[in-house]
Design a protein around this ligand. Structure first.
Ligand SMILES: *[C@@H]1O[C@H](CO)[C@@H](O)[C@H](O)[C@H]1NC(C)=O
Ligand SMILES: *[C@@H]1O[C@H](CO)[C@@H](O)[C@H](O)[C@H]1NC(C)=O
Ligand SMILES: *[C@@H]1O[C@H](CO)[C@@H](O)[C@H](O)[C@H]1NC(C)=O
Ligand SMILES: *[C@@H]1O[C@H](CO)[C@@H](O)[C@H](O)[C@H]1NC(C)=O
Ligand SMILES: *[C@@H]1O[C@H](CO)[C@@H](O)[C@H](O)[C@H]1NC(C)=O
Ligand SMILES: *[C@@H]1O[C@H](CO)[C@@H](O)[C@H](O)[C@H]1NC(C)=O
Ligand SMILES: *[C@@H]1O[C@H](CO)[C@@H](O)[C@H](O)[C@H]1NC(C)=O
Ligand SMILES: *[C@@H]1O[C@H](CO)[C@@H](O)[C@H](O)[C@H]1NC(C)=O
Ligand SMILES: *[C@@H]1O[C@H](CO)[C@@H](O)[C@H](O)[C@H]1NC(C)=O
Ligand SMILES: *[C@@H]1O[C@H](CO)[C@@H](O)[C@H](O)[C@H]1NC(C)=O
Ligand SMILES: *[C@@H]1O[C@H](CO)[C@@H](O)[C@H](O)[C@H]1NC(C)=O
Ligand SMILES: *[C@@H]1O[C@H](CO)[C@@H](O)[C@H](O)[C@H]1NC(C)=O
Length: 711
């Protein structure tokens, strides 16, 4: 975001001027000091604090308060600035600060102050800038009597607190100089306030994101003739964007994502000063208007997750300052070739995933040499990847999933020399081709995330993958690969997420897996930030940072035989282990109970025998557990973590017994009976929630049938 300047400096050479003044003051009246009244008003602040961050050492009554830490005075020894941000202050804000009649700026941001914001400060007849952001302040903003004379406040930052209630109206009426109102990240309710639009002719910044505001975007904003920034994302706003908003020609920045706004965007083209437009995750419809080209200053456009449709107008080529174009998850269609990307030479991010675009990938894209992220996945493009993609020297993120691409070998050879590439998703292509195994693939030295899933490719895990020494996540599920897991897997020092499920791998589970360094240690796995949010496990749980993705081993749906190696107990960092649908036999090895970070353990549909280890109850974070369809025997635990899972976790083991299933345990083999305590139920709920947040048991967008993995 562009910082909007609202501080007006005069032309004085400040340091020299200041020095001259100090000399002057010293010569003139060496004993002058701030007044006792100012001193005592300041000291009142300390009395309200339970923790003063060591200020008492400097704030001594026998000294000039102008020399106190955090205090600045003017040449008349009047306190003008109280700057106490990030001081570790706790307690309440004293209303006595309102007695400092010359105070211009009060900054108490980034402390742990609680209680209310004294009206004396908001209504001060001197304060211009009041910043109490990042505290624990509560309560609402009070109404000032409308008879109050005009107040000079220009900047009010109350963001990141716990304020509640509706915005007052009369208070803004007297704030005739207000320029910035920043109330983001609170719990304000009611409507977006518009009073400042009428009462404050210089009102420029309205930042209200992350609150609980509701109703529509008020037409009254049309009176905000100096408004540059309107930000109210992550609220409950609904209705259409009112025509009045499109009269506010001064607007440069509109950010209203994650609301329920609907209707079309046509009027937006009147806002010719617009630099950023973010309307993602709303319910907008209609197309991008033809005259979008009028927005010559536009740098960022985010319209993802809406219901917009139609073709991209060729006029988009006239928005030559575009840096980010995010149109993901809409119903845009038609050929992209209409847009001449040659003129979009500043473009860095282009995200068109989940739309209905057809035709070929336009060649002109390859002239956008600054592109760092390109995601065209899940459209109806066809044709081949062009060699010209090599022109995109800055490309770090490339996602071309499900575009009917063919010739995997050629595709990899085109991409292998893209030295910047760290994330590559090319799954759901190359159907029934053979995984290139020879040494003809070389390069990809910076690749950290590689997905070639759901290609139904035959072959084996190729050796050239062993040279991708930075690889952190490897997705090969949904192919028809055979053979064993190669031993070199443990030489990939950064690999922390391996999914080779739904293939035809055979042999025993390699003990090399048990040596994977990232799974043995708690080290943060990946350094890379994704250029675009990546959705893993379930759509719409987004990962911005690869390091935040869970450590996973998924070998499910293969033909692995033999026992589960006990050595796997070394993979202490593992969060999810899925060995289901194989031909594994023998007992569940005791060391598995050492995997105390596991949130998901699935051993179902194998030939496992023996009893359920009581020590599996050590897996306190487990929220998904499945050992169904094996040949296990003995009692189902009636205490601890395991007792909290449903019958379906244990089904299909005829020799298991327990009070809840048909097969009751004989008294000899029954374990100690116990009633599941409330605490256990409670903890399960908590684990389930944390699992949901982590793995994205997504309900929000379930109506959209999407693949489990995409980038
Ligand atoms: C200082 O402020 C307090 C609280 O706002 C008020 O009660 C008091 O009268 C003021 N004192 C002076 C001297 O202005
Ligand atoms: C208050 O202080 C913090 C920390 O120094 C700073 O980031 C912030 O910009 C200041 N607020 C204003 C309004 O200048
Ligand atoms: C509070 O908001 C003001 C105005 O937007 C800004 O200048 C200041 O830096 C913000 N404070 C912090 C701590 O970010
Ligand atoms: C609002 O304040 C927050 C700090 O609480 C700051 O990060 C943000 O940049 C401010 N927004 C504007 C538009 O000034
Ligand atoms: C907006 O939501 C409110 C409830 O919060 C509802 O009463 C109103 O009808 C909605 N307006 C529109 C245009 O959907
Ligand atoms: C956009 O501007 C044109 C001409 O300036 C005007 O006729 C039209 O009504 C405006 N549209 C909106 C939605 O404000
Ligand atoms: C999305 O738009 C289509 C027409 O383009 C319409 O049929 C559908 O109902 C809309 N869906 C939602 C959720 O608004
Ligand atoms: C781009 O703008 C130029 C002049 O500003 C105009 O002549 C041309 O028609 C526009 N192109 C498109 C595709 O709208
Ligand atoms: C892949 O694309 C085809 C055709 O465009 C579509 O029918 C299919 O559902 C897509 N597959 C997935 C998993 O999205
Ligand atoms: C397994 O992969 C094949 C493609 O090789 C796919 O058609 C099938 O749906 C996948 N099965 C599961 C359960 O994911
Ligand atoms: C383990 O993998 C199988 C096969 O893909 C899948 O059906 C199952 O849901 C997975 N287990 C868990 C707990 O997610
Ligand atoms: C499991 O942990 C216990 C103690 O925490 C240790 O004695 C044992 O050796 C571990 N087993 C394995 C296989 O790591």
């Amino acid at each position: 975001m562009q910082p909007l300047s609202h501080s007006h400096r005069n032309g004085f050479p400040v340091p020299f001027f200041g020095l001259a003044l100090v000399l002057l003051v010293c010569l003139d009246s060496p004993t002058s000091s701030c007044t006792d009244q100012e001193k005592s008003s300041l000291l009142q602040l300390l009395t309200g604090l339970s923790s003063d961050g060591g200020l008492t050492a400097s704030w001594r009554i026998d000294t000039d308060c102008c020399t106190w830490e955090g205090i600045t005075c003017n040449q008349d020894r009047i306190v003008t600035d109280v700057s106490l941000a990030s001081r570790g202050l706790k307690g309440s804000i004293s209303p006595f600060l309102g007695n400092l009649t010359g105070l211009l700026r009060l900054n108490l941001s980034q402390n742990s102050l609680s209680g209310g914001l004294p009206l004396e400060l908001v209504s001060s007849s001197s304060i211009l800038v009041l910043d109490v952001s990042f505290n624990c302040l509560t309560g609402g903003l009070s109404e000032l009597p409308s008879s109050t004379p005009a107040r000079p406040l220009q900047v009010l930052n109350i963001s990141s607190n716990f304020f509640t209630g509706r915005f007052p109206s009369t208070t803004w009426e007297v704030m005739k100089s207000l320029v910035v109102l920043n109330a983001s990240t609170n719990s304000f309710t009611g409507q977006i306030p518009t009073t400042p639009c009428v009462s404050a002719p210089s009102f420029a910044v309205l930042e209200l994101s992350f609150n609980q505001l509701s109703g529509n975007i008020p037409p009254g904003l049309g009176n905000c003739l100096a408004l540059k920034l309107l930000s109210a994302g992550y609220n409950n706003l609904n209705g259409t964007l009112p025509d009045e908003l499109f009269k506010v020609r001064s607007l440069q920045y509109i950010s209203l994502p994650n609301n329920r706004l609907e209707g079309a965007l046509n009027g937006i083209i009147n806002l010719t000063n617009l630099v950023t437009l973010d309307l993602g995750k709303n319910e907008l419809s209609g197309n991008i208007p033809d005259s979008i080209g009028e927005l010559k200053r536009l740098e960022e456009i985010h319209l993802g997750h809406n219901n917009m449709s139609g073709e991209l107008p060729s006029a988009l080529s006239n928005c030559t300052n575009l840096i980010t174009v995010d149109l993901k998850a809409n119903q845009f269609s038609g050929e992209l070739t209409k847009v001449n990307f040659v003129s979009l030479s500043k473009l860095r991010k282009l995200d068109l995933v989940f739309n209905d675009f057809t035709g070929t990938i336009p060649e002109s894209i390859y002239s956008c040499s600054k592109l760092t992220a390109l995601r065209l996945s899940y459209n109806h493009f066809h044709g081949q990847l062009s060699e010209k993609i090599g022109n995109l020297k800055s490309l770090r993120f490339l996602s071309l999933v499900n575009l009917s691409l063919t010739n995997i070998k050629r595709t990899l050879q085109i991409l292998e020399s893209s030295r910047s590439l760290n994330t590559l998703f090319i799954g759901f292509n190359f159907l029934h081709e053979t995984m290139p195994e020879d040494d003809s693939i070389d390069g990809f030295e910076n690749l950290q995330v590689l997905s070639m899933s759901y290609c139904s490719m035959s072959g084996t895990i190729p050796d050239w993958l062993s040279k991708l020494t930075n690889l952190g996540m490897l997705f090969l599920q949904g192919n028809q690969l055979t053979g064993p897991i190669p031993d070199w897997i443990s030489t990939l020092n950064f690999l922390f997420h391996l999914d080779i499920s739904n293939n035809s791998f055979t042999g025993e589970i390699s003990t090399a897996l048990a040596e994977m360094p990232m799974l043995k240690s708690d080290k943060i796995a990946a350094k890379a930030f994704f250029e675009l949010p990546v959705y893993v496990f379930s759509p719409f749980i987004q990962y911005i940072n690869a390091g935040a993705c869970p450590k996973v081993l998924n070998l499910a749906v293969n033909k692995f035989t033999g026992v589960i190696p006990g050595e796997m107990g070394q993979l202490r960092a593992l969060v999810s282990l899925n060995l289901s649908y194989n031909k594994l036999s023998g007992e569940i090895p005791q060391p598995i109970c050492n995997l105390t970070n596991l949130q998901m353990l699935d051993l179902s549909s194998n030939h496992l025998t023996g009893t359920i280890l009581a020590a599996l109850n050590n897996l306190h974070f487990l929220s998904k557990f499945n050992i169904s369809d094996n040949d296990l025997e003995g009692p189902i635990p009636t205490v601890g973590q395991l007792s909290t899972f449903p019958d379906s976790s244990f089904d299909g083991n005829p020799k298991l017994c327990g009070p809840m299933i048909v097969n009751h345990c004989g008294s000899a083999e029954a374990g100690p009976e116990s009633i599941i305590s409330r605490e256990q139920i409670g903890s399960k709920v908590i684990f389930a929630i944390s699992f949901g947040a982590f793995f994205g048991v997504g309900v929000l967008y379930d109506q959209m049938v999407l693949a489990r993995y995409f980038g």
